[in-house]
Design a protein around this ligand. Structure first.
Ligand SMILES: [Zn+2]
Length: 250
């Protein structure tokens, strides 16, 4: 996710931590000299990040937030510093909605990663072979692989002077590409054999290409659900509970 948003979230979580972890006895001195300045410092940091969004004209991000929340932050910049009343108002009335907005944006980003984007769907549809509707369940990371495969099959059929096959489905199964097709009119056996070997090569490659981002990856398994995914180290680090296939069962 956006670095500035991560920073804001971190600061809000720090403030939550300060407010919710009062197991020790808080004297007035501790409150005045440690807790309040710590909370204020975090609020100023949050306001700074919002100011950076403004300076960089990141309207697409800012438009997700409520106007009154944005105003509470810009006010810190334009006027009178942070007295206790302002701090209390921000902590009570603005930080919870700011936090909820960022968490929601984060979820949206995660969700969008778990399906093929419209842009990548459109890219595949550029090929004649993928023009018709068929079932496709892959993630964005395999777009180039599937495009390449489709293009190779098209070229082969052109060389062999036969029509294009119909695609039945394209999907990821056990972190490996599955590509099913059929010909409506019979073609020479050798053409089918060659297509099958192109598919076989792509299947083999797919297990080493991250399904999320397309970088070099390997198969990992989600222990709790036995879900298989081809994934790179970076994307695997953003998720938990994934083990490499060779370590599975140990
Ligand atoms: Zn990745």
């Amino acid at each position: 996710m956006h670095k500035k948003l991560e920073k804001i979230l971190e600061c809000i979580e720090d403030i939550d931590f300060i407010l919710n972890h009062n197991e020790f006895v808080i004297t007035q001195t501790i409150e005045d000299k440690i807790l309040k300045p710590a909370i204020k410092m975090n609020i100023v940091r949050i306001a700074e990040e919002f100011e950076n969004f403004n300076n960089d004209y990141e309207i697409n991000i800012l438009k997700n937030f409520k106007n009154e929340d944005l105003k509470s932050m810009s006010d810190i910049y334009s006027n009178y510093g942070l007295d206790d009343t302002i701090v209390e108002n921000i902590v009570k009335n603005h930080l919870p909605t700011i936090k909820a907005t960022i968490v929601k944006m984060k979820e949206e980003i995660q969700k969008s990663k778990t399906r093929l984007s419209e842009k990548n769907k459109a890219k595949l549809k550029e090929l004649e072979i993928f023009k018709n509707n068929f079932r496709i369940h892959i993630l964005n990371g395999w777009t180039d692989l599937v495009f390449e495969l489709g293009k190779n099959i098209e070229e082969l059929c052109k060389l062999a002077n036969c029509g294009l096959p119909k695609i039945e489905y394209i999907q990821s199964k056990y972190a490996s590409l599955r590509f099913d097709y059929y010909f409506e009119t019979p073609v020479p056996k050798i053409v089918e054999k060659l297509i099958d070997s192109l598919i076989y090569q792509a299947e083999d490659k797919s297990e080493r290409i991250c399904e999320f981002c397309g970088a070099d990856g390997e198969i990992r398994i989600k222990k709790s659900t036995n879900w298989y995914i081809a994934i790179c180290d970076k994307c695997a680090n953003e998720r938990n509970d994934l083990v490499k296939i060779k370590e599975f069962g140990n």
